[in-house]
Ligand binder design. Structure first.
Ligand SMILES: Nc1ncnc2c1ncn2[C@@H]1O[C@H](COP(=O)(O)OP(=O)(O)OP(=O)(O)O)[C@@H](O)[C@H]1O
Ligand SMILES: [Mg+2]
Length: 1110
């Protein structure tokens, strides 16, 4: 449950001054002090927030605090600026009421800080999103930029705003910020050229010189040393707690976030630098012979640098500092400027340059933060304007006059709006309106701003009047026109009552402002109001080759020469204040009144006189009185009933009816006098704080009673709960114990019973056992006797049966013998005649049958070379057995052959022939058996090497092989290609494939080979044949068996030729041309190794030694 607190809870002093009782200035100050001492810097006057500057950071602006105050009613929590910001924001968002937050107070009272707190609170609670966050960031970042250019250290405040600022923040219907518009009021430009003792120029000058990089300073032709610049006061150039260098970076960063381009930033810095340079330009007098005083620039270096920075021609500016041209009715008159005038012109230029730059910055920021959406916006205005200013000893000048005028106007609008609001609330709530007495400062406003005889109108009149115009003539005029006014005082006024008032000097006038009397010194009023900048200077500025400068001095454009005087400063200010006032009047006001607790900028110090002074001139007592004039306190019925319902039995603890009736019952029951309160539509209005405090006191008392009651009930309840718990526990414990005791008893009885039972059972069992044993013994005895008896019987029977069987068998044997004897005797003759043949046939038949069946089961494998055959069983079957073996062999050979192809058949035929020719005749034969007869070993037709050869031989090649031809002369070998066709044997060169010899098969007489394992063979030619001329050929080949077999077969297949004779012997003759040489094969010794060697021994003998066959 949410804990509802109230402004009235835990109060230090009184949170709302309206409730102060008794109300007096002392009690007011006492309350403020009391709260300030307890770090309560915020106090309300109704809906107005008084803020005391704590001069130290308090932990009351954390995100948690933001959450605490978010969406809470104004009086729900202790006073805080967040409560006001939240109230304003919620009425803007939910009730569509434009709001303005008016922050007033004297310099250093915390206005600017307050405005920033309000803005940051609103930024924290309003909507979120990328676009919205950007807008928020831009709005918040506009502050550091304006503070750098518009704030300065003064004796009162290290960060004093030297301009008035009003910012409209625009929101869409959801309450998300869209953008904003800033208006600035009257920058204190005199500060640019001169600062009072202990004060500084605007922050930006110091920030630039301290924080800019060396490079930037060089570009701006500046020196880091402050003492080089006349416009910078030196005595307080460094302010403790202010880090100019860091602030410069912050400002640069803020300008980038706000949307300043890099070149714009550069231009701005150039202008700032130009102002500093301008201050260093000095003049010296020069007298002319015609008696006029002229001025000359002392050292032109600064002028030159400034002109370079701004792109101005030096001579143009130099001339503008020396002459003044006055144009009147088409006439131009130039007069020279003396030194004083030249300095005046210089300072006027510096002031104008800076103040216009400031206004441009505001315009530029406005451009960036302008709301994009065209829809209607809700607006929250935040006004941070200089507070009422009173300098001691009549040091108040034109600026203070203007400022105080503005405050006077704000006071007026405050009174008007507060009263109006009060009045509106009464009407809204249906309360009768009672007239409220208050001081209306309209009369003072009229004294200042009246168009006919107001002080400002007089000043303008003087400024515009031809002839000699001085501050004194202005004062004279005031003395005559305003003399009768009751708020105007002057020594020389017709109202002679001030003639002897020595506190009123002659050159001064005094106005009784609502906040007190202020003495103004007239010196400088006319000049400051005129705010004159010689046209020559504005024209020189316009001529600058610098876009920003050109923009700032549009009146310098020669094409737009305007002879009319520009409006005076006072006139402009009055107009802008008028606009501001009418703007504020359309909005719902929220006030923050800032108070400065001391002059030392110190925390924890409360200077009563200073605060009293501020309380007076801020009209805070007035404020309380106005607020209390009708009803001091008001509260909606629901929270009122909620808060006080315990004071009446009828409403406590619950009131079922409407809240208003509940409050009525409550008030009647408490017997509050009826004139002390009124019932509005939704609120009760309490006239006197005393009544409220009475209620509060009763409530406090009642709360204490209630607390005691609650305590009592709680204690009773707690004890009862404790007792009940104990009781319950006791029952449980007792139950458990009883159960346990019963269990124990039961176990005991059970054990005893079991023992008795077991004894009884044992006794019974033993008795039974005895009986059973006796019974069993009896039964066994009977059985044994029976068995014996049956045994005797059985044996007796067996014996009888055996005897009987023996007799029967004997009878059967005798009968069989007798029968056999009879049969044998009968068939003896018949048996002897046929039995022999039949027995023989039968026996033979049986034997053959057994033989064939045995053969069948032992039949050997189907391999033709398998030599196995079962052994012969009977001698008489020898012939049959051999025949069967032969038939079986033939049959399996046939089977074997039938699976051959034609080609394979030929090969086998060749193999068969080879076997017939060489088996057991030549030692080489066995090794050839396993070699298949391939024939075309060289693959003549396929091999490209022998292409030529294959083209010469047109017949089918039956065999091609590489052979060695034995040289007849020395027995050496040379390789030859050996080809066998159907008709020829061809020998060709191994390398070239050229045919060396072609021997027709018909010319071959025989082939001789040895019996040994060599591959030598001689092709012997028929004598007289054409081939025989060259003689026989002695060749050797690895495929000798194949070659000779094929040669032999050729003879067999060719019909026209007899079969070639194969001669196998180790000595044969070979015809070498004319000679017959004997080729002799001998078994070679070990020196031959494995190779076959051939040697020509002599003319008749060629010896071939062949390795011994293993
Ligand atoms: N709520 C606050 N908490 C902490 N310090 C504060 C607070 N308000 C003001 N200050 C301190 O007081 C100084 C002056 O405040 P601020 O600049 O807001 O005064 P001001 O009323 O705007 O003065 P001026 O009229 O000269 O601009 C701040 O720089 C800050 O140090
Ligand atoms: Mg300020």
């Amino acid at each position: 449950m949410e804990v509802k607190t109230s402004l009235l809870d835990n109060m230090i002093g009184v949170g709302d001054m309206v409730l102060l009782e008794p109300l007096s200035e002392d009690s007011f100050l006492e309350n403020l002090k009391n709260r300030f001492d307890h770090n309560e810097i915020y106090t309300y006057i109704g809906s107005v927030v008084i803020s005391m500057n704590p001069y130290r950071s308090l932990p009351i602006y954390t995100p948690d605090k933001v959450e605490e105050y978010r969406n809470r009613n104004f009086y729900e929590l202790s006073p805080h600026i967040y409560a006001l910001a939240d109230e304003a924001y919620r009425s803007l968002r939910d009730q569509d009421k434009d709001q303005c937050i008016l922050i007033t107070g004297e310099s250093g009272a915390g206005k600017t800080e307050a405005s920033k707190l309000v803005m940051s609170y609103v930024a924290a609670v309003c909507g979120k999103g990328q676009e919205v966050n950007k807008v928020k960031e831009q709005l918040l970042q506009s502050n550091p930029v304006l503070e750098a250019f518009g704030n300065a250290k003064t004796v009162r405040n290290d960060n004093s705003s030297r301009f008035g600022k009003y910012m409209d923040i625009e929101f869409d219907f959801k309450g998300d910020p869209l953008g904003g518009v800033i208006s600035n009021y009257l920058l204190e430009k005199s500060r640019v050229v001169k600062q009072p003792r202990g004060e500084r120029n605007f922050h930006i000058f110091y920030q630039l010189l301290s924080g800019a990089s060396d490079d930037t300073l060089k570009k701006l032709k500046l020196d880091r040393d402050f003492s080089k610049y006349n416009y910078l006061s030196l005595d307080s150039a460094v302010v403790s707690g202010l880090d100019d260098a860091t602030n410069f970076r912050t400002v640069r960063n803020a300008m980038q976030i706000v949307g300043f381009m890099e070149d714009e930033l550069q231009s701005v810095l150039e202008l700032v630098a130009a102002v500093l340079k301008l201050g260093n330009i000095e003049f010296k007098p020069e007298s002319r012979c015609n008696g006029t005083d002229e001025s000359r620039i002392k050292d032109k270096n600064d002028l030159k640098e400034m002109c370079e920075l701004l792109g101005i021609e030096q001579s143009v500016l130099e001339r503008a500092f020396s002459y003044r041209t006055v144009e009147a009715k088409m006439e131009k008159v130039s007069t020279t400027l003396n030194v004083a005038q030249a300095y005046y012109a210089r300072d006027a230029l510096a002031k104008n340059l800076y103040s216009r730059l400031f206004s441009w910055l505001v315009t530029r920021i406005n451009e960036s933060i302008k709301a994009q959406a065209k829809t209607r916006h809700k607006v929250m205005g935040v006004l941070d304007i200089y507070g009422f200013e009173i300098f001691e000893e009549g040091d108040n000048s034109f600026e203070q006059f203007i400022i105080n005028y503005c405050n006077e106007k704000l006071q007026q609008i405050f009174i008007e709006l507060t009263l109006r609001e009060e009045q509106e609330e009464y009407v809204r709530e249906g309360i009768e309106w009672t007239n409220i007495e208050y001081f209306n400062n309209a009369i003072i406003c009229d004294l200042i701003e009246n168009n006919q005889n107001g002080i400002m109108a007089m000043l303008d009149e003087e400024c515009l009047r031809p002839g000699t115009v001085t501050d004194e003539t202005f004062l004279d005029k005031l003395n005559t026109v305003c003399a009768e006014h009751q708020h105007f005082e002057s020594r020389l006024s017709k109202n002679s009552k001030f003639l002897n008032d020595h506190s009123l000097p002659h050159n001064c006038f005094r106005i009784q402002h609502y906040a007190g009397k202020v003495l103004y010194r007239v010196e400088g009023f006319v000049d400051k109001n005129n705010d004159l900048l010689y046209r020559d200077l504005s024209q020189a500025m316009y001529k600058a080759n610098h876009s920003l400068i050109k923009q700032l001095f549009p009146e310098g454009n020669p094409a737009k020469v305007n002879l009319k005087r520009p409006p005076t400063a006072g006139f402009q200010f009055k107009a802008s204040v008028g606009t501001l006032m009418s703007n504020l009047q359309t909005k719902n006001p929220n006030y923050i009144r800032c108070i400065k607790p001391n002059d030392k900028k110190a925390s924890h110090v409360f200077t009563e006189s200073l605060v009293c002074h501020q309380v007076r001139y801020l009209g805070l007592m007035e404020n309380v009185r106005v607020r209390r004039a009708g009803y001091a306190f008001r509260q909606a019925y629901e929270p009122c009933l909620e808060r006080y319902k315990m004071l009446c039995k009828k409403t406590w603890p619950h009131w079922r009816g409407p809240a208003r009736e509940g409050v009525e019952v409550l008030m009647a029951d408490l017997q509050v006098p009826t004139e002390e309160f009124s019932y509005g539509r939704s609120k009760i209005f309490i006239r006197n704080p005393r009544t409220l405090f009475f209620l509060e006191e009763r409530r406090k008392q009642c709360l204490q009673d209630l607390a005691t009651l609650i305590q009592k009930i709680y204690r009773g309840w707690k004890c009862r709960i404790q007792f009940l718990l104990l009781k319950k526990s006791q029952i449980v414990v007792a139950a458990w114990y009883r159960r346990y005791a019963q269990q124990q008893k039961y176990q005991k009885i059970k054990r005893a019973t079991t023992v008795v039972q077991s004894y009884t059972r044992g006794w019974q069992a033993r008795k039974l056992l005895r009986e059973l044993k006796y019974q069993k013994r009896c039964e066994e005895a009977v059985t044994t006797i029976t068995a014996y008896w049956h045994g005797t019987q059985a044996r007796r029977e067996l014996r009888r049966l055996k005897e009987e069987a023996r007799r029967k068998h004997a009878v059967a044997v005798i009968w069989a013998y007798w029968q056999g004897l009879k049969v044998r005797r009968e068939y003896r003759k018949f048996f002897r005649a046929n039995a022999g043949k039949k027995i023989y046939d039968f026996t033979i038949q049986r034997i053959l049958q057994k033989y064939f069946l045995g053969l069948k089961s032992n039949i050997p494998s189907m391999s033709p070379i398998d030599k196995n055959w079962p052994a012969r069983p009977y001698f008489f079957l020898e012939g049959v057995h051999a025949e069967l073996r032969r038939i079986f062999h033939l049959w399996r050979c046939k089977k074997y052959r039938s699976q051959f192809t034609e080609e394979k058949k030929v090969v086998y035929e060749e193999k068969l022939e080879a076997s017939e020719l060489f088996k057991d005749k030549k030692a080489l034969y066995p090794s050839s058996v396993s070699q298949p007869f391939k024939g075309d070993y060289l693959e003549i037709s396929k091999n490209p090497k022998y292409q030529k050869l294959s083209s010469v031989v047109d017949e089918k090649i039956l065999l091609s092989d590489m052979v060695n031809k034995i040289n007849r002369a020395n027995g050496k070998c040379s390789a030859r290609i050996f080809l066998l066709t159907k008709k020829n044997v061809i020998l060709a060169d191994q390398k070239t494939g050229q045919v060396k010899a072609s021997l027709p098969l018909l010319d071959l007489a025989s082939v001789s080979v040895s019996t040994q394992s060599d591959g030598f063979f001689a092709l012997k030619l028929k004598e007289g044949s054409s081939s025989a001329v060259k003689g026989d050929f002695l060749l050797s080949s690895e495929h000798l068996i194949e070659i000779t077999t094929k040669l032999h077969r050729m003879g067999a297949t060719t019909a026209d030729r007899e079969q070639l004779y194969i001669d196998i012997s180790d000595e044969f003759l070979v015809q070498f041309k004319q000679d017959k040489v004997c080729v002799k094969f001998i078994q070679g010794g070990p020196k031959n190794g494995n190779g076959v060697s051939c040697k020509r021994k002599n003319n008749r003998l060629l010896e071939v030694s062949v390795p011994t066959t293993p």
